[in-house]
Design a protein around this ligand. Structure first.
Ligand SMILES: Nc1ncnc2c1ncn2[C@@H]1O[C@H](COP(=O)(O)OP(=O)(O)OP(=O)(O)O)[C@@H](O)[C@H]1O
Length: 592
């Protein structure tokens, strides 16, 4: 029930709408409850009344039913409308609020969370889980209380007519609730399993849709189908179990609730024979017992909705309360400008708390210079950039910018000083212009074009039929690797940051474009601080300092010439690459 306590503030904000909807519900449900009383009046006081003439009786019948029909049409109908509209409005407002909170949370979680959770599973929170709350809200904020009030009204009317019969009815209803409550416990457990399984399934499907083309390349369609079928079967087993529990709950309660009127009428008939009850009262009693079945059935049927909704709430709050590994200090300072240097001091880092990826790394980066990290694959080069961006926090040592620990700076200001182009640049499925404008939403078309020109992207963009307005598909699938890379670069040029981080930023370009983009980066980077990661050493020859990383350690550092003279790992890498690249004279650098 903890989840319901956390949910209350959401409902509290909608209390006016709920109150209006609730008032509408009261009229809508209570008006029909007057019918048995009218029946009793008809039988006991009107039809069997010897003092009234037939004409008088007819007049009274017409009057009573005229009033009743007027109330039904003029009050009950509009009240039903009020109930439906305001309840829906309140529920929708809560759902929108929760979706916003989940969305906001997605953007507050750290990179580590996304490395360990599938996007489809996270997406399930937005739609399936949040939709499940709708049933819970309707049950909790309207139906349950209305049905309780109806039930209380019915019981009160019964007590007024016959105490003994009323107690019998209350006893039978109590048994029905007890049974439903008992069975609901098992139902809750299964419901949780079903929902967990469904979100895993949705993560699986989402990933397979993204990998559908890859599956074709490996002729793995059949394998994927079987894997999906297997998962669906497991999901079916769970939903079958859930349906069985649900059916058991509803059917056992329904049997009891169906039998209740018979028992009451039987005992009531005996009382009529004894003269302890009038015929009109028995008929009215029967009508009330029958009315009692609806609230009881509604309450029992509300159990599954409440169960599902509360499991969904648990899952949503678990997500909303996920602590972010990357947090700002209480009063972060803004990094308004990068003035002097970046320093890594004995930095250590492991993604999983086990294997160290960065091992006691220390280096300094001065403002206005160009640096490069090179080394074998998996050596930790990209991880260093991730640490600098505070996508992850170092496990040991410290990273300083202008003499201050980066954890002291506000995250937004820290990241806005840096522009990054990675190997895996994410593009949104919108227009090229909007993708570039991610770096500056207020940029004019001229500024966007200038940035694209610098990144040697303007020509290819202009050649597209829609130009800058061309939609590029999910993750930019409609563009080539080199085109995507140039758009990512244009984005950085538009952002105009103090520090440029380029992780294999030109690897997808052909030799000619790479040379041109390199020149652009060099020209642009003259008054900037540039940190590059490259496999192709020929692209980092101009760097002021090259750090050579091997298995998480800096094993050598210096400029290209110095490193060659050291005759170590760098020289080995250089020799290997120049041999590989010999057939391409255009790219062959001069080795002195
Ligand atoms: N999110 C992650 N969770 C766990 N391990 C990771 C994660 N990202 C990277 N690694 C591991 O960290 C190590 C270093 O990866 P990193 O990407 O920093 O290397 P790199 O030097 O940039 O490699 P490459 O040149 O191939 O891009 C690798 O062994 C990789 O498996």
């Amino acid at each position: 029930m903890e989840e319901l306590r956390k949910f209350l503030p959401y409902a509290d904000r909608q209390k006016t709408l709920y109150a209006i909807g609730f008032a509408g519900s009261l009229f809508r449900f209570l008006i029909p409850l007057s019918v048995p009383l009218v029946i009793k009046y008809l039988f006991d006081e009107l039809l069997q009344n010897g003092e009234l003439t037939d004409i008088e009786k007819t007049e009274k019948v017409l009057l009573v039913f005229g009033i009743l029909l007027a109330v039904f049409f003029l009050v009950r109908g509009p009240m039903e409308y009020v109930r439906q509209f305001f309840m829906h409005k309140a529920n929708n407002n809560i759902i929108r609020q929760m979706r916003m909170d989940v969305f906001r949370k997605v953007h507050r979680l750290d990179a580590g969370y996304f490395a360990n959770h599938k996007s489809g599973e996270i997406g399930a929170r937005f739609f399936e889980d949040i939709e499940k709350i709708r049933g819970l809200m309707t049950a909790l904020f309207a139906n349950i209380w209305i049905e309780m009030i109806v039930l209380a009204f019915v019981i009160a009317a019964m007590l007024l007519m016959n105490v003994k019969l009323a107690f019998l009815a209350v006893l039978l209803v109590g048994i029905q609730f007890g049974l439903a409550h008992l069975l609901a416990k098992r139902l809750k457990r299964t419901t949780r399993e079903v929902m967990e399984c469904r979100s895993v399934l949705s993560g699986f499907v989402y990933e397979k849709i993204q990998g559908a083309v890859l599956a074709k390349l490996f002729a793995a369609e059949k394998r994927e189908e079987l894997a999906f079928e297997d998962r669906l079967r497991r999901y079916d087993t769970l939903t079958d179990r859930q349906a069985r529990h649900q059916a058991l709950t509803i059917s056992s309660v329904n049997v009891l609730s169906d039998a209740t009127p018979f028992m009451i009428v039987m005992i009531g008939a005996l009382q009529v024979i004894d003269g302890g009850l009038t015929l009109g009262s028995l008929i009215a009693f029967f009508a009330y017992v029958d009315r009692m079945r609806a609230p009881v059935a509604a309450l029992v049927q509300a159990f599954p909705s409440i169960t599902e909704g509360s499991v969904a709430l648990q899952r949503i709050f678990r997500f909303l309360e996920t602590p972010s590994a990357i947090r700002e200090i209480e009063k972060p300072v803004p990094l308004n400008k990068f003035e002097q240097a970046i320093e890594f001091r004995h930095v250590r880092f492991s993604y999983d708390g086990g294997r160290e990826i960065v091992k006691n790394v220390s280096f300094a980066i001065e403002k206005g210079k160009t640096y490069a990290f090179v080394g074998g694959s998996g050596g930790g080069k990209s991880t260093i950039i991730q640490l600098l961006l505070r996508m992850y926090d170092a496990g040991g040592g410290a990273i300083l910018i202008d003499g201050r620990d980066i954890r002291d700076y506000s995250l937004a200001s820290l990241r806005s000083r840096m522009g990054v182009v990675t190997q895996d640049h994410f593009l949104y499925s919108c227009s090229i212009k909007d993708n570039i404008k991610l770096a500056g939403p207020d940029a004019s078309d001229e500024e966007v074009e200038a940035a694209a020109r610098k990144a040697f992207a303007h020509e290819f963009i202009a050649s597209l039929s829609q130009g800058y307005d061309t939609e590029i598909g999910e993750r930019g699938v409609k563009l080539s690797g080199g085109q995507k890379q140039r758009i990512a670069l244009a984005r950085v040029f538009l952002k105009n940051p103090d520090i440029i981080l380029l992780d294999e930023a030109t690897s997808a370009l052909d030799n000619e474009s790479e040379g041109a983009v390199q020149e652009a980066i060099e020209a642009y980077g003259r008054d900037k601080t540039v940190v590059m990661i490259a496999h192709r050493l020929s692209t980092v020859l101009h760097a002021d300092t090259i750090f050579v990383l091997k298995e998480g350690r800096i094993v050598e550092q210096g400029n290209h010439q110095e490193l060659l003279q050291q005759g170590g790992y760098y020289k080995e890498l250089w020799a290997m690459q120049t041999e590989e690249e010999l057939p391409s004279p255009a790219k062959e650098p001069v080795v002195v």
